[in-house]
Design a protein around this ligand. Structure first.
Ligand code: ATP
Ligand code: MG
Length: 216
């Protein structure tokens, strides 16, 4: 079964926004990820989908447990990209990584004064790099979700999180004050597999490129 190709995806946004690309690339999943099946066959006997936690996608592909996958730039930047070839920005699941604070907190003034900021985030590496580049001193607090709570409860002065509509921030009296980076999802491929199985993987990469309207 070595000619079986596995594509790692996370359910939710990534799966939902990838589904039309899969269809255009001629791949029809045999089940919905909400079915709780973690391994989903497709109309192609030699291609299957594996459903992983979004932050685990690069790990599965890095170690070759999946030949390729689709992951947000947020997750890839945290992972670091070792062992991964990133041929395509699929331009799906677009949002922005932002610094946000409680309404009324003067972020610009705190930065100007050289204050030491407490920043809560799931994206510790990305946040560390961002503030280091700006020369802002920060204490980072690692969270796993619901980051909006941190400034409200006094756990932190600021958060670094993904923002799309801004409705979640607004609902929690937070405002975005700075962009860290734009985010969209990318196709990632195991570097070794791309060399040893190029004849099989390259056509799938090209199908994704055509399906997403970007050139490989
Ligand atoms: P979990 O919800 O299981 O903790 P997660 O938050 O990483 O994991 P999703 O919420 O499905 O999983 O997000 C998956 C990817 O979708 C993110 O890595 C990011 O690239 C993208 N994404 C997340 N939030 C947004 C958003 N608000 N708008 C657009 N895309 C987003
Ligand atoms: Mg989420």
């Amino acid at each position: 079964m070595r000619d079986l190709t596995s594509i790692a995806l996370s359910k939710g946004r990534i799966f939902d926004e990838t589904a039309p690309l899969l269809a255009r690339a001629g791949l029809r999943p045999k089940a919905d990820p909400e079915s709780r099946k973690l391994v989903i066959g497709t109309n192609r006997k030699d291609v299957r989908l594996i459903i992983v936690r979004a932050s685990d996608t690069p790990t599965y592909v890095q170690y070759g447990a999946a030949d390729m996958g689709i992951a947000g730039h947020d997750i890839l930047h945290e992972h670091g990209g070792a062992g991964l070839y990133q041929p395509l920005d699929l331009r799906i699941a677009a949002c922005r990584m932002m610094v946000a604070v409680r309404k009324g907190f003067d972020y610009a003034d705190a930065v100007r004064r050289g204050a030491r900021l407490r920043v809560a985030t799931k994206y510790v590496r990305t946040a560390r790099e961002h503030f280091a580049q700006k020369g802002v001193h920060v204490d980072l607090i690692r969270l796993y979700g619901s980051m909006e709570l941190a400034p409200i409860t006094g756990l932190a002065d600021a958060i670094v999180d993904l923002v799309s509509s801004g409705n979640t921030l607004k609902a929690n009296d937070l405002v975005a004050v700075e962009e860290v980076m734009p985010v969209s999802a990318r196709l990632i491929v195991n570097q070794a597999a791309l060399k040893t199985r190029r004849a099989i993987l390259q056509p799938i990469i090209e199908a994704f490129a055509r399906a997403s309207g970007v050139s490989a």
